[in-house]
Design a protein. Structure first.
Length: 413
C-alpha cells in the first residue's frame, strides 16, 4: 500500500501546545445498530498527555516540506492553537505556492452551496483556488508549481459533509499527476458512530462519493487509507499519501471542535444532530438555516404542533436565502435535548406523517443525501424505523468489518 503512516517522532523539535477539549457523550446517549457510545470512564484525565492533531506535531512533517513548493488544501479549521497553519508554515520558512479552498471557502464564511471565487489571500498574497463548484479536482495546470500537496481540514464524520469528497478529488489529482500528498489528521468528533444506509453506487454524487454509511466512523486519515485500499479512485489508481496521525485520540471519544467547521454547524449539539437532521434538506422541512441554531431546530409552516416556532431570516456568513425565509415555522427545539439515540429516523417519520404531502414531501436531493432510493420508498410505504433499520443492517455490518482494516486508532468496540 502506498500510504505511509508516521507513528513515531523522526526529528527533535518543540511540539505545538494547543490542547483542544475532549469530552464524551453523556451516559444517557446510547447508540443504535450495535454502536456503543462512550461513557464517563473514557474521559481524559489531567494526567494523560494532551491530544495533539497532526498539524500540531510539526517536528514530524516540517523536514518533509523544507525545500519543496507546497500547495495547501485548508480552511478556517487548519490551525495550530489560534494561528492558521499557513502563517505557521510561512514563519518556519516553508514555501507555499498555492492555497486550495473547499466548500465554504478559505475562511469558512460562505453559505452551503455558494459559489466560491478564485482570489488572493490579502494577508500573504498567495493565490487561492476554489475546489467547489464546477472545478472540484486540481488540474495539472494548478499543480505545475506544486511539489507536495498538504491537506489539513477538520471533518465531522458524516458522508454528505463535502470536505471528505474534496479529499477524494485531491487524492485523484495527486495520483494522476504523481504528486505526493501530506495529510495532517484530525479527530472525528463522532468517531464512535457508524450508522445509516450504505450508499449505493448509482447514487454517487459530491455529497456521497463512496459506498460508506451516513456516519462512517473514520478520521480523514483513515478514510484516505480506505479510498486507496479499496481502489475507489478512478481507474483504480492509488495516491501516495503520507499521514501524520492524531496523538492521544481514540474512537471512544467525543471530540469538541475548537473552531466551527462550517457556518451552520456552530457547536457540539449541531454536530451530534447533523447525521440525521441533514436528511431534512431533502424535504419540505427547515433545518434551522436562517436562525442562530441551525441543525438544532426543525420545522415548517404546516406542522400541527404550534408549541415551538422560529422564523428563518437572512444571516450574513451563515445563510442569506434560507428555506421559508421570513415565514413562521413550527416544529421541534432540539438545542438542549439530551440524545437518547446517536442516529434516529423518528423526527423524519414524524414530519412526513404529519405533513400529508406524500411524495411531495421529498425533493430530488433526498436520494443523494440518503445514498439510496430505498429510504424514501420505505418511508412512503409506512415502514417503522425498526423495519427500515433491519433492511440496511447487512450492508452496514459488512462495512463495519471492512472498516476495521483501515483504523489508525483504538476503536469503540
Amino acid at each position: 500500500m502506498l500510504v505511509t503512516i508516521l507513528r513515531t517522532a523522526m526529528f527533535c523539535a518543540t511540539l505545538a501546545s494547543c490542547k483542544p477539549a475532549v469530552t464524551v457523550p453523556t451516559t444517557d446517549s446510547p447508540s443504535v445498530s450495535g454502536t456503543s457510545a462512550p461513557n464517563a470512564s473514557q474521559q481524559r484525565s489531567p494526567q494523560q498527555a494532551p491530544l495533539l492533531t497532526g498539524a500540531q506535531q510539526t517536528e514530524l512533517y516540517l523536514p518533509y516540506l523544507q525545500g519543496k513548493r507546497v500547495g495547501m488544501v485548508v480552511n478556517q479549521t487548519s490551525t495550530i492553537g489560534k494561528t492558521h497553519l499557513v502563517d505557521t508554515l510561512l514563519s518556519r520558512g516553508v514555501k507555499i505556492t498555492m492555497i486550495f479552498a473547499p466548500e465554504h471557502g478559505f475562511r469558512g464564511d460562505a453559505d452551503a452551496g455558494a459559489h466560491i471565487n478564485n482570489t488572493t489571500d490579502p494577508k500573504t498574497g498567495i493565490p487561492i483556488l476554489s475546489l467547489y463548484g464546477k472545478n472540484k479536482k486540481p488540474s495539472a495546470e494548478m499543480l505545475k508549481d506544486v511539489d507536495v500537496l498538504l491537506f489539513d481540514i477538520q471533518d465531522v464524520g458524516v458522508r454528505f459533509y463535502t470536505y471528505s469528497s474534496t479529499m477524494h478529488y485531491v487524492m485523484q489529482a495527486c495520483a494522476e499527476q504523481n504528486k505526493p500528498m501530506l495529510l495532517l489528521d484530525r479527530p472525528n468528533p463522532i468517531g464512535y458512530l457508524v450508522d445509516g444506509p450504505v450508499l449505493k453506487p448509482q447514487f454517487k454524487s459530491f455529497v456521497g462519493m463512496n459506498t460508506i454509511p451516513i456516519a462512517h466512523g473514520l478520521t480523514l486519515g483513515e478514510y484516505a487509507l480506505m479510498i486507496n485500499g479499496e481502489k475507489w479512485l478512478q481507474n483504480s489508481v492509488q495516491a501516495q499519501v503520507k499521514t501524520i496521525p492524531v496523538k492521544g485520540y481514540t474512537h471512544k471519544m467525543f471530540y469538541s471542535l475548537p473552531i466551527k467547521p462550517s457556518p451552520n454547524l456552530p457547536n457540539d449539539q449541531s454536530i451530534r444532530l447533523y447525521p440525521f437532521l441533514c436528511l431534512f434538506e431533502g424535504t419540505t422541512v427547515s433545518q434551522g438555516r436562517g436562525t442562530q441554531t441551525p441543525f438544532q431546530v426543525i420545522g415548517a409552516p404546516y406542522y400541527p404542533d404550534k408549541s415551538f416556532s422560529f422564523t428563518p431570516v437572512p444571516i450574513p456568513g451563515m445563510s442569506m436565502d434560507p428555506p421559508y425565509k421570513n415565514q413562521m415555522c413550527y416544529g421541534k427545539d432540539l438545542t438542549k435535548m439530551q440524545l437518547k439515540e446517536n442516529f434516529t429516523l423518528s423526527y423524519l417519520l414524524d414530519f412526513y406523517q404529519k405533513s400529508g404531502q406524500k411524495e411531495k414531501f421529498f425533493n430530488n436531493f433526498f436520494k443523494s443525501l440518503a445514498g439510496t432510493d430505498e429510504l424514501q420508498k420505505q418511508i412512503m410505504a409506512g415502514m417503522t424505523e425498526k423495519e427500515i433499520r433491519a433492511s440496511w443492517k447487512p450492508e452496514l455490518e459488512a462495512y463495519k468489518k471492512m472498516r476495521k482494516q483501515y483504523l489508525l486508532y483504538p476503536d469503540f468496540e
